[in-house]
Design a protein around this ligand. Structure first.
Ligand code: MGD
Ligand code: MGD
Ligand code: MO
Length: 654
């Protein structure tokens, strides 16, 4: 809150390129006028919106921003989800979704965590609260009562060191590992035949497609001992409950869509879901309770219909275009070329792959508006920076987070401190912008009156009006309210959905699996190492980097196994050059026993806009090594961000 650089006022860039302070609502009026010009000459599709991570942490921001955007009528909606884990959206859109509810970590017998490190990221259970709220304690409690934990990760992470079995795989081959595990489970008939008979199509095709992926093949490709793979498959298949959940290590890999699909197939063939008549916990409090149903929502394949971008003919997922085409949407000429971009709680200049192209695109815009608490790299390039409140300066409640709690719980918090006089709440800027543009905002199922500015409390109440706990009770409860535990019974399928089935081998998967398996021929190439993703405990992406004393270092090290460093003649703290097929960065080498040999493990969102900055001072932006032009997934245009082939050299060798 009081970090150096916290913006106390909104800013406007003048003709000389310098920022001066501007009242947020004056800025909204000017931005409205400039957006009006863009719409006048190119239509609403020339306006883009990018929703970043911090867009999601004030309950009112998301619904208000999307309300404005819907009213605007543009299709150019982007978010970090499509450079994060959008493969999960694709699974749902290709496989369909079972609505009876997933099994839960806290009472499962086994769990596989692949490419995720919840002890650092507080993430990783695919939304299971136990891995998001105090994951360390949850993990300890689960293991004490007998849960067997399997971790698939090329690094001996904090989480992997607590595992019963760690498959320390070569990065980039998760599709092969999951195919191998499925093969063992289906061959040994450890799957849930009853669930498959009732709810699944394509089981034989899937079994056939993975039948060649033997434990020996997995050992050769992934460098995971074949006995360990068989053990993992049996541990998972023989247990009566427990799921596999994945993180960025799987979703950012070179075959992310099929890898994620096969991981989901494991959960389905083993039937790891609640059945009709089962009683499941209902965790709703302020949010609406939705009754679980033992039925399948059929695949939607949303990208096949509706809007398609002129860039590569790419379609939409969850109403969004992939962020992997954002730079091209801005740079490539065309009638609906994006000319103005608004950024809500994100830092695309730092976070998007292909740093140079992203910067070129952002710099070429007619208008860039950034709502941010700090002068992020993106804000530094903007025409307007709108300064919002931070979390202790605004009222909020927990309705949007309930699905990730381990018990029903609701809290409402008042602002604890006064904000600087020059800031507004995020939502207030967007509502004002909508009013200035004469856009009616749909919010919580109604159209807001543009002439009357609501209060935060009124809006928070609208978002909680369908909960079972009255908001007034929650406001009055000091420290939050725990509604009594409640269970609901999984209902039978509705008649019109009774025949729907999950598609285990939908169109597209066969080809992707073939590609993933053929990639195993390229384990050895001229690039000795593979760059892999990781996260840092003290920071949230680029957030917190400027706060002295928070992170342990001023830079993000290139973590390499000490034996690899010795072999390369590189010492701790040396400046090195890391090169990929696409680009190069300077970085600081640090030995790390926990990484597998042959990898460089680095976190993202470091570095500065100054190309000559010393990596010891600002760190290095790995986005410069990545590209959205080659090795992207079909459908979501997801770039390869982990298991990227690289070389590393000491700077004095050059
Ligand atoms: N402290 C902290 N928490 C955060 C964030 C943060 O920046 N800092 N960011 C937040 C965000 S935006 C997100 S999306 C989540 C992400 O949450 P997670 O997905 O849990 O992210 P990581 O902790 O980076 O875990 C990724 C793991 O994948 C492994 N890995 C790398 N490549 C491969 C591979 O090819 N195969 C396999 N199997 N594993 C691989 C890495 O070694 C690493 O341990 O975290 C959120 N939480
Ligand atoms: N190479 C590589 N690149 C990656 C990743 C990777 O693993 N490797 N991970 C990717 C992932 S998973 C993600 S999610 C993205 C993250 O991409 P972004 O979401 O674009 O990046 P953040 O740094 O999280 O941006 C959050 C911004 O919100 C601001 N902020 C903080 N509080 C508030 C607030 O209350 N209101 C507003 N309006 N702003 C606020 C912060 O100052 C910061 O500038 O990065 C992606 N990029
Ligand atoms: Mo993310």
């Amino acid at each position: 809150m009081y970090a150096p650089g916290r913006l106390a006022t909104s800013l406007r860039r003048n003709r000389n390129g310098e920022f001066g302070s501007v009242p947020a609502y004056e800025a909204a009026a000017e931005i409205s006028e400039r957006l009006g010009d863009v719409i006048g000459s190119n239509g609403p599709d020339a306006i883009g919106l990018f929703m970043g991570t911090q867009h999601n942490f004030a309950t009112l921001t998301g619904p208000m921003v999307r309300g404005w955007f819907r009213g605007l009528g543009s299709h150019k909606l982007f978010s970090t989800m499509t450079i994060d884990q959008s493969a999960k959206w694709i699974v749902r859109e290709r496989m369909g979704q079972y609505l009876g509810g997933r099994q839960k970590f806290h009472d499962s017998d086994v769990w596989i965590l692949a490419g995720t490190n919840p002890l650092v990221s507080v993430n990783g259970g695919d939304g299971d609260g136990a891995l998001m709220a105090n994951p360390s304690a949850s993990l300890r409690a689960a293991r004490d009562r007998g849960l067997e934990l399997i971790v698939i990760d090329p690094r001996k992470t904090e989480t992997a060191s607590r595992a019963d079995l760690h498959l320390q795989t070569r990065p980039g081959f998760d599709a092969v590992i999951f195919a191998g595990i499925l093969n063992v489970i289906l061959t040994e008939e450890l799957h849930d035949r009853e669930f498959c008979d009732r709810y699944v199509d394509g089981l034989d095709e899937l079994a056939n497609a993975v039948s060649g992926v033997t434990p020996d093949l997995v050992e050769r490709v992934c460098d995971v001992p074949s006995e360990d793979l068989i053990t993992a498959a049996r541990m998972f298949g023989r247990a009566s409950s427990g799921m596999v959940s994945t993180g960025t290590g799987v979703c950012m890999g070179p075959d992310s869509n099929v890898a994620e699909h096969l991981a989901a197939c494991l959960n389905v063939v083993c039937g790891r879901f609640a059945r009709e008549g089962d009683s499941v916990e209902d965790r709703s409090a302020l949010s609406r309770s939705v009754a679980p149903r033992a039925e399948v929502v059929p695949p939607g394949r949303s990208w096949e219909s509706g809007f398609h971008s002129r860039v590569g003919g790419v379609g939409t997922l969850n109403g969004q275009l992939p962020s992997g085409i954002l730079a091209d949407e801005i740079l490539q000429p065309g009638v609906d070329q994006v000319r103005a971009l608004l950024v809500s709680g994100g830092n695309p200049a730092s976070a998007l792959p292909d740093k140079d192209k992203t910067l070129r695109a952002l710099r070429s815009l007619d208008l860039l508006v950034c709502v941010d608490t700090h002068m992020s790299e993106t804000a530094q390039l903007a025409d307007y920076v709108i300064a919002p409140t931070t979390m202790y300066e605004r009222a909020d409640h927990t309705a949007a987070m309930e699905a990730t709690f381990t018990t029903p719980y609701a809290q409402h918090t008042l602002p604890l401190v006064d904000p600087p006089p020059g800031v507004v709440e995020d939502w207030q800027f967007w509502f004002r912008l909508a009013t200035e543009m004469h856009i009616d905002v749909k919010f919580a199922g109604r159209v807001l009156d543009p002439r009357v500015t609501p209060t935060s409390d009124e809006l928070l109440a609208m978002l909680a009006e369908r909960g079972r706990a009255p908001l007034s009770d929650v406001v009055a409860a000091d420290g939050g309210l725990r509604p009594p535990p409640r269970t609901s019974t999984v209902l039978p399928p509705s008649p019109d959905a009774a025949e729907n089935r999950l598609q285990l081998f939908p169109q597209g998967v066969a080809h992707e699996l073939e590609v993933a398996l053929s990639r195993s021929d390229t384990i050895v190439d001229e690039f000795l190492l593979r760059l892999v993703v990781r996260r840092e405990r003290e920071l949230m992406n680029s957030l917190g980097r400027g706060i002295p004393g928070l992170a342990r270092r001023t830079f993000n090290p290139a973590f390499v196994h000490p034996a690899d460093l010795r072999q390369l003649g590189i010492s701790e703290d040396d400046t090195v050059i890391i090169r990929s097929r696409h680009g190069s960065i300077r970085a600081v080498a640090v030995p790390d026993e926990t990484v597998r040999r042959g990898i460089v493990s680095m976190t993202h969102c470091y570095g500065s806009l100054d190309p000559d900055a010393d990596p010891h001072d600002h760190g290095s932006n790995v986005a410069a090594l990545l590209t959205c032009d080659t090795n992207v997934q079909t459908i979501n245009h997801m770039p390869t961000m982990t298991a990227v082939p690289v070389t590393i050299d000491a700077v004095n060798d050059i």
